[in-house]
Design a protein around this ligand. Structure first.
Ligand code: 0RA
Length: 637
């Protein structure tokens, strides 16, 4: 390792800090998987977003280069470069090498973000093979290079900045001795995040260029989160114009945008300091409380809800709701480093207050909108009532039916349930291969027809009445919903085996959603898996090789080199193309196969996806399934 020139007490401290990050990346960026890798970029971009929130920056450019190094460039004030009074080195060096240094010094400007990702760019620097920072400030261009976090020289002046031009440009290359297994940035995931950031940081332009594939996107939303709601509803029938609320309460900025549609689904997203709090939190609760309260008040006052009617529940006022709540807090508290849930208790009241005020006024001023919203709530309240009755009936019936095993189940002979496996297989032909190929001693097969998908698009409740799903419930032996009892589980491993194509991933999403909503314990206790069939078969010199990803296939073809011309390559479009022996060898034999264990967060993600998949718009659906299908490959083993 290269040692910095002045190897004094401070430097030792710095080195220890950086070493700690390198030794335990999980503590700082949540691991070394692709999610953590993306986190590196977010961490750097967050700093530029901070400048935008401070009103000092309106443009952020992000570029992924061919070698997977990343440049993030902004036109903010530039990281200060003057000598830090305590540490006696440039402030830039401190920001880049001291954990949590961030913006807590220098201009002293109040830093809105940082609460969550908050580890600072120094963590990114520590996890980078190299990192270069160029700062334009006070008429000069300053530069410093780091390798694995260690400065290669003091900050140098490398030129003059044009008049009045300021900003920061950071380029880093993640260290592939830390982020292993050839992982790389994913365009679609990053695009989604940058779009969100642009929505919740009104007026900032985010330009994203991926030089690896020459794709680029620019985001700028004059309307902020109002534009966000319009975007989410672009393929839906809306009931009224977007309602927007904005208020500063006790130094906390609150913004919300709300629009009801005629759909059954709810799309509500919450942000705290531009970070998407996927687990919600107090801002989300504040929003929901406000909406339910205002709708009930208005419905009572206007007589649309009769005296004999009960109040609308939160569920009733949520159906067809699209909303964003975004708060900016000087000291956000999150549940943990990685779990994204806002905990500040005071925020709930602030949000409720802001939304109650704006939404009541909105309904008063737009009686047509008010009527449409309340009609919608009445409809969902009635539908929910009917669905509840139907579901109770199904649950009671399936409890009885679970005494008899479904006819299509090919059960195993083993009675010790700690050793048994159930394969849920898509389609009858693949089901046939699986039945022949399995080890019938401990492996059971339940073929499902793809049909379960189309019978009912909007309400998952109704798929409970579907024969395929009833068969599944009976085969598992646990019952569902409140009546779920894990001790009845007849198989230790429940394995979803679908084709590696769009329909397959559609069915997988549906099944994951089903398990998530009705049998979450099955997932939490680690009983649910996804099988991984190969994508390719390559025959070379009479030997068959199975490859499970494009990367594996490419690597193998490279290995064969010129000999590759003599090999025959087959791409499997579905499980049905494999004969029983091949299916056993590649996907079912415990000695060779890879199973992906489903964790509850993956299932929650599928659940969020589900509504979109079941919607009426075909285009976004296709697009989503395709990205999602790839993502599933990254579930933890
Ligand atoms: C500390 C203080 C000031 C700005 C910044 C940090 C700053 C950091 C980053 C990171 C990426 N882009 C950035 N832009 C600015 C305020 C300095 C002042 O008051 O002039």
């Amino acid at each position: 390792m290269v040692q910095p020139a002045n190897y004094d007490a401070n430097s030792i401290q710095v080195l220890e800090g950086l070493e700690a990050v390198r030794r335990r990346p999980g503590m700082y960026v949540g691991g070394t998987d692709i999610k953590a890798l993306h986190h590196l970029i977010y961490e750097v971009v967050d700093n530029s977003i901070d400048e935008a929130l401070a009103g000092a920056c309106d443009r952020i450019n992000i570029t992924i280069h061919d070698d997977s190094s990343v440049t993030v460039e902004d036109n903010g004030r530039g990281i200060p470069v003057d000598i830090h009074p305590e540490k006696k080195v440039s402030a830039l060096t401190v920001v880049m090498t001291v954990l949590h240094a961030g913006g807590k010094f220098g201009g002293g400007g109040y830093k809105v973000s940082g609460g969550l990702h908050g580890v600072g760019v120094s963590a990114v620097n520590a996890l980078s093979e190299w990192c270069e920072v160029e700062v334009r400030r006070a008429g000069k261009i300053h530069f410093q290079r780091f390798e694995r976090g260690i400065p290669q020289s003091p900050v140098k002046e490398i030129g003059k900045a044009k008049d009045g031009i300021t900003g920061t440009r950071t380029t880093f290359k993640f260290d592939d001795t830390i982020f292993k297994d050839e992982i790389d940035y994913r365009f679609d995931t990053l695009v989604q995040r940058f779009r969100e950031m642009a929505f919740v940081t009104r007026g900032v332009t985010i330009h994203f260029l991926d030089e690896r594939s020459n794709r680029e996107m620019t985001f700028y939303f004059e309307g902020g989160i109002t534009s966000f709601v319009r975007y989410l509803n672009r393929n839906r029938q809306t009931l009224h114009p977007v309602m927007y609320a904005e208020k500063q309460v006790e130094g906390v900025g609150v913004e919300a945008a709300v629009q009801y549609t005629d759909a059954f689904t709810e799309s509500v997203y919450s942000f705290a300091n531009t970070i998407n709090t996927v687990d919600g939190g107090t801002h989300m609760t504040g929003l929901r409380t406000a909406l339910t309260r205002v709708v009930n008040d208005y419905a009572r006052k206007s007589g649309l809800l009769k005296e004999s009617d009960p109040n609308f529940t939160g569920d009733d006022t949520r159906e067809g709701l699209t909303a964003i709540v975004s708060i900016k807090h000087p000291d956000p508290q999150f549940e943990s480093q990685t779990k994204v849930k806002l905990m500040n208790p005071e925020v709930q009241t602030y949000v409720t207050q802001a939304v109650v005020e704006a939404f009541s006024t909105f309904l008063e001023e737009n009686p047509q909108a008010a009527r449409a919203i309340i009609q919608k709530c009445l409809t969902s309240s009635r539908a929910r009532d009917a669905a509840r009755k139907a579901r109770d009936l199904v649950i009671r019936k399936s409890a009885l039916e679970s005494l008899t095993l479904p006819g299509k189940l090919a059960d195993c002979s083993e009675r010790d349930t700690s050793k048994t496996e159930l394969y849920i297989v898509e389609g009858d032909s693949a089901g046939g291969s699986a039945k022949q190929g399995r080890d019938r001693h401990f492996q059971a097969i339940l073929p499902l027809r793809g049909k379960i998908l189309n019978t009912e698009r909007a309400r998952l409740d109704k798929i409970l009445g579907n024969n395929e799903v009833k068969a599944l419930i009976s085969a598992l032996g646990t019952g569902i919903g409140d009546g779920f009892d894990l001790s009845g589980l007849r198989y230790n491993r429940v394995i979803i085996m679908t084709d590696a194509d769009v329909d397959g991933s559609h069915i997988r999403t549906l099944l994951l959603t089903f398990f998530f909503r009705y049998m979450p314990k099955l997932i939490e206790e680690g009983h649910l898996y996804i099988a991984q069939p190969p994508l390719y078969r390559i025959e070379h010199k009479k030997q068959a090789h199975y490859l499970y990803s494009d990367t594996e296939k490419d690597a193998y073809m490279t290995e064969l080199g010129k000999d590759g011309e003599k090999a025959t390559l087959q791409r499997y479009k579905g499980l049905g193309e494999m004969n029983p022996v091949q299916l056993w060898e590649t996907t079912m034999n415990p000695a060779n196969r890879t199973l992906l264990l489903v964790n509850i967060e993956d299932a929650a993600e599928a659940d969020r996806t589900f509504d979109m998949l079941m919607g009426d718009a075909v285009d976004p659906r296709r697009k989503f399934i395709q990205t999602h299908a790839k993502r599933v490959r990254n579930l933890d083993i």
